[in-house]
Design a protein around this ligand. Sequence first.
Ligand SMILES: *[C@@H]1O[C@H](CO)[C@@H](O)[C@H](O)[C@H]1NC(C)=O
Ligand SMILES: *[C@@H]1O[C@H](CO)[C@@H](O)[C@H](O)[C@H]1NC(C)=O
Ligand SMILES: *[C@@H]1O[C@H](CO)[C@@H](O)[C@H](O)[C@H]1NC(C)=O
Ligand SMILES: *[C@@H]1O[C@H](CO)[C@@H](O)[C@H](O)[C@H]1NC(C)=O
Ligand SMILES: *[C@@H]1O[C@H](CO)[C@@H](O)[C@H](O)[C@H]1NC(C)=O
Ligand SMILES: *[C@@H]1O[C@H](CO)[C@@H](O)[C@H](O)[C@H]1NC(C)=O
Ligand SMILES: *[C@@H]1O[C@H](CO)[C@@H](O)[C@H](O)[C@H]1NC(C)=O
Ligand SMILES: *[C@@H]1O[C@H](CO)[C@@H](O)[C@H](O)[C@H]1NC(C)=O
Ligand SMILES: *[C@@H]1O[C@H](CO)[C@@H](O)[C@H](O)[C@H]1NC(C)=O
Ligand SMILES: *[C@@H]1O[C@H](CO)[C@@H](O)[C@H](O)[C@H]1NC(C)=O
Ligand SMILES: *[C@@H]1O[C@H](CO)[C@@H](O)[C@H](O)[C@H]1NC(C)=O
Ligand SMILES: *[C@@H]1O[C@H](CO)[C@@H](O)[C@H](O)[C@H]1NC(C)=O
Length: 562
Amino acid sequence: MARTITFCWGSALLFIYFVGFFLNSGEAAIKTYQFDVKVTNVSRLCHSKPIVTVNGMFPGPTVYAREGDTLVVNVTNHAKYNMSIHWHGLKQYRNGWADGPVYITQCPIMTGHSYTYNITITAQRGTLWWHAHIFWLRATVYGAIVIMPKEGAGFPFPQPYREANIVLGEWWNNDVEDVVKQGNKLGLPPNMSDAHTINGKPGPLFPCSEKHTYALEVEQGKTYLLRIINAALNDELFFAIAGHNLTVVEIDAVYTKPFTTQAILIAPGQTTNVLVQATQAPGRYFMAARPFMDAPVSVDNKTATAILQYKGIPNSVQPVLPQLPALNNTAFALNYDDKLRSLNTAQFPANVPLKVDRHLFYTIGLGINPCPTCLNGTQLTASLNNITFVMPKIGLLQAHFFNTKGVFTTDFPDRPPTSFNFTGAPLTANLGTKQGTRLSKIAFNSTVELVLQDTNLLTVESHPFHLHGYNFFIVGSGIGNFDPKKDPATFNLVDPPERNTVGVPTGGWTAIRFRADNPGVWFMHCHLELHTSWGLKTAFVVENGKDTDHSVMPPPKDLPPC
Ligand SMILES: *[C@@H]1O[C@H](CO)[C@@H](O)[C@H](O)[C@H]1NC(C)=O
Ligand SMILES: *[C@@H]1O[C@H](CO)[C@@H](O)[C@H](O)[C@H]1NC(C)=O
Ligand SMILES: *[C@@H]1O[C@H](CO)[C@@H](O)[C@H](O)[C@H]1NC(C)=O
Ligand SMILES: *[C@@H]1O[C@H](CO)[C@@H](O)[C@H](O)[C@H]1NC(C)=O
Ligand SMILES: *[C@@H]1O[C@H](CO)[C@@H](O)[C@H](O)[C@H]1NC(C)=O
Ligand SMILES: *[C@@H]1O[C@H](CO)[C@@H](O)[C@H](O)[C@H]1NC(C)=O
Ligand SMILES: *[C@@H]1O[C@H](CO)[C@@H](O)[C@H](O)[C@H]1NC(C)=O
Ligand SMILES: *[C@@H]1O[C@H](CO)[C@@H](O)[C@H](O)[C@H]1NC(C)=O
Ligand SMILES: *[C@@H]1O[C@H](CO)[C@@H](O)[C@H](O)[C@H]1NC(C)=O
Ligand SMILES: *[C@@H]1O[C@H](CO)[C@@H](O)[C@H](O)[C@H]1NC(C)=O
Ligand SMILES: *[C@@H]1O[C@H](CO)[C@@H](O)[C@H](O)[C@H]1NC(C)=O
Ligand SMILES: *[C@@H]1O[C@H](CO)[C@@H](O)[C@H](O)[C@H]1NC(C)=O
């Protein structure tokens, strides 16, 4: 019998907690949450402004669960914007209805309406997160998901004394939806963010921020587990703590072989768990986050800070800053990603598909399309295999399930229409793309290898790609053009990192593999919101298996109508 636990949130935020403190022991439970989407005034950087929040909290409430639990989250929309929530990294087996991306798996929850996301957590434990999945509203609508291992299972690394969530974000002083609308109208990138944040706070390097600094109190000699999430919209980030090394033990809710580093690299959408030992001279040490950008693209280069504060040390002690890798430190980024390995033990095996049923090769491109009403008569755009994805008017999963014709086609090409020197000199002529709501159909339980190839159409850039409904193995990666003859020989098929979001290197390629055992319609997109909104996205239609136990479940009764 499952027990039901309901979480009510007071005004106090529990940012640091005993490991497992909040969870009762015992069998799988049903955890119910009420998410009230509403506009709340928040003051940051000398401004007080209304932002869209969940339950008036920024960041929103942390969702706690244990592997095997069911989460029942009733989202009620009191804001003037349409809303939907994505449970980033949860696999939602056969149940895309609870995945959340608007017009992909559901229509929006309109003002005054509710929708209950019913999520069973199967064979996953670690740190994930939730966020709005409609336009740019995830700028303020996000929070952590903490999944503890099954009762008695423990961690495959030394038990930390305490743990804390470190949620990195991006802040605009103006209304984010207005910022985006202005960019779209001009056909140019919207204004850059005004700050980066750690747990919603920019830290003392920004004016008017004394009150807006997150501090984590630590005790000398103890070990802490930090659950780091990159909830920023457009920036890959470096993160470090002055004087303290970080031991990486988990990425995207998958255990890794532990390794120690002075800084981590984390792309939007990714999570990283690190152990930190409070073994330095008692004092105050800055934690800091700043972007990684190694392409000729302008970026908000400001540094967010928070404080690691030893118990008993007064606030008057001036903290020191960590040395973050330089903004354009490609070597650090490549070297860091290279160190990530699945734990791959008998208990947590890396089941990498060894035989590939379907080979896909997708080029990532930026481009320029005509736009008579835009500033230059053109608008910036983006594409996969030269196709700019057009959002449908009804949910694709609904169209698939009820076999509604005319919403999408399944002719997304397995390779680009033309081959060229993808990462050669910048291509600045004929940057037009084709438009369409074109998906790729994948046979149930087949194995897929997808090579994501960056191109120099307009410019090269690093793109964090996120696949919904699955984890995948990153079997290979390189700079330049993928060579189908030589590169597969270098693939790691033993203990490659397993994630739901991967940063394709600037001017390079990444090869991922997964087994298509989760039927439904699954979004795949660049997790830079700027590029998602420009069309750098598509979806896979994974067919049903032979019986109902391997087929998409029927939709819930309260699925929002279009
Ligand atoms: C919220 O801030 C706006 C100005 O940004 C102000 O007009 C409004 O009165 C504030 N509301 C509350 C409840 O403080
Ligand atoms: C969800 O919350 C709303 C607002 O509180 C409530 O009216 C509705 O009955 C709830 N739905 C469910 C399924 O509990
Ligand atoms: C959630 O889904 C489970 C499994 O499909 C079902 O048994 C349960 O009744 C659902 N709960 C709600 C509140 O919809
Ligand atoms: C974008 O930035 C420009 C220049 O600073 C400013 O004039 C404009 O008001 C900003 N737009 C929005 C929507 O914030
Ligand atoms: C952090 O790691 C570096 C490189 O391994 C090492 O030189 C340094 O002593 C370590 N620092 C601490 C505080 O452990
Ligand atoms: C950060 O960006 C601003 C404006 O884009 C630029 O003026 C400044 O030099 C940059 N700072 C660093 C350290 O790159
Ligand atoms: C990185 O940026 C610095 C400062 O802007 C510059 O001096 C350096 O040449 C750049 N390095 C690379 C590899 O582009
Ligand atoms: C568009 O116009 C702006 C402002 O005149 C200019 O700075 C920019 O280079 C132009 N962009 C393109 C892609 O033509
Ligand atoms: C592709 O372009 C790069 C850089 O311009 C060049 O070094 C390389 O030789 C080109 N490759 C081919 C096959 O033309
Ligand atoms: C993309 O499609 C457009 C429109 O058909 C075409 O003009 C362009 O050459 C194509 N670009 C590439 C790189 O295939
Ligand atoms: C999927 O394929 C694997 C490997 O052949 C097999 O072990 C598994 O039973 C299959 N799953 C289903 C649901 O058919
Ligand atoms: C909100 O969603 C509904 C249903 O899909 C749609 O008809 C309406 O246009 C949307 N409103 C806005 C402001 O996008």
